[in-house]
Design a protein around this ligand. Sequence first.
Ligand code: FCB
Length: 462
Amino acid sequence: MTESRAFPRFPAGFVFGAATASYQIEGAAREDGRGPSIWDTYSHTPGLVANGDTGDIACDHYHRYPEDVALLRELGVDSYRFSIAWPRIVPDGSGPVNPKGLDFYARLVDELLAAGIEPAATLYHWDLPQALEDRGGWRVRETAERFAEYTAVVAGHLADRVPRWITLNEPWCSAFLGYSVGRHAPGAREGRGALAAAHHLLVGHGRAVEALRAAGVREAGITLNLDRNLPATGSAADRAAVVRADTQHNLVWTEPLLAGRYPHTEEETWGELITGQDFRRDGDLALIGQPLDFLGINYYRPIVVADAPHREPDPALRTATDNRYAEVRLAGARHTAMDWPVVPDSFTDLLVALKERYGDALPPIHITENGSAEHDEVSPDGAVHDRDRVAYLRGHLTALKAALDAGVDVRGYYVWSLLDNFEWAFGYGKRFGIVRVDYDTQRRTPKDSYHWYRAMIAAQRD
Ligand code: FCB
């Protein structure tokens, strides 16, 4: 029996959900007119993804979505966050729309609605059409315009049935992992290109919000991976390193989105690089800072930051990670299979600090991802007793409730992820699912964490 007394209680109407993303689960990479994305190119480049894994087949969700929606229904979630693959809708990045791509998401949405589940769609979870990357990708402003066009097409088709829309997922990863450290597609290692990408992603967000409004959607927002940066020691140097890390991971997004300004240059070491760049145009801040109905936040772990004066930034590669601070392992904490420390209190602290900084300018929040990769084992009885994941979820939902109690307006929580899936450069080796996927047979097995989450949701309704 599950101990219901251990479940945190959330206010009536609080949304519980589960999340996935297109390239990580769909497979069917060359089916029904889908064009190639930067992640197809990246994953097919030898040596970039662990084990040579690709998203060609993934969880075969493209064909098995009815089974996956049935798992969601059984779980009892209010909402399902999925992403739409841009290269299924506009295979060449611009030009003709692919009706079969639109049709897939229409069928998925209908299946969800029939199961009583609210769809929440992310428009960009990193699978940029390769044709657009070939023309400059997010380094160029044109990509933001193409994104707005694609958004208008999708929203025109689905706005009546999809109430919640997320423009971008974690633009920090797209800009900095993608264009400066090369650990994500397109695998570029540039300084200026990454900064231009960060700006054009924000411009694309603003243009997409306009398109969503024009289509009459109920809720429009963006998802950020905001970091809780902790100083490695109490030294002034480490505390200053935290300010730099905060600026580059968080303020670069939250300041233009929520405060209508770029981060203060005094607080950042690459300030002079971002200030006065020709990619900024008059009117961009107003576009980027349009009111949002919600802010999506993905949270997994705190980051412990130490000053690293010995790492003189290379001017050509002056980036978020090569910037006079280093990440330090947190002693004493349990670490997940990603080697990420488990510190639920940091989740509360992040949300409370955000509220303190932005006050009434902070829109209602949805936690659009939270979860953990663990070293799952299949027991002889066929079950997956993922005790560590259950403890992680329990700890973080309790920490989330503490943030609500402290006055932060959080409206929903989506567990990452419904399914084990393609974990980007880590391939299939890292399992975040509350449902196990056997990649040889595509068999789905709900783990103990699935049963725990189901009971937790059910307990809210007692
Ligand atoms: C986030 C991504 C998501 C998944 C989790 C573990 O950064 O948005 O796709 O990979 O991390």
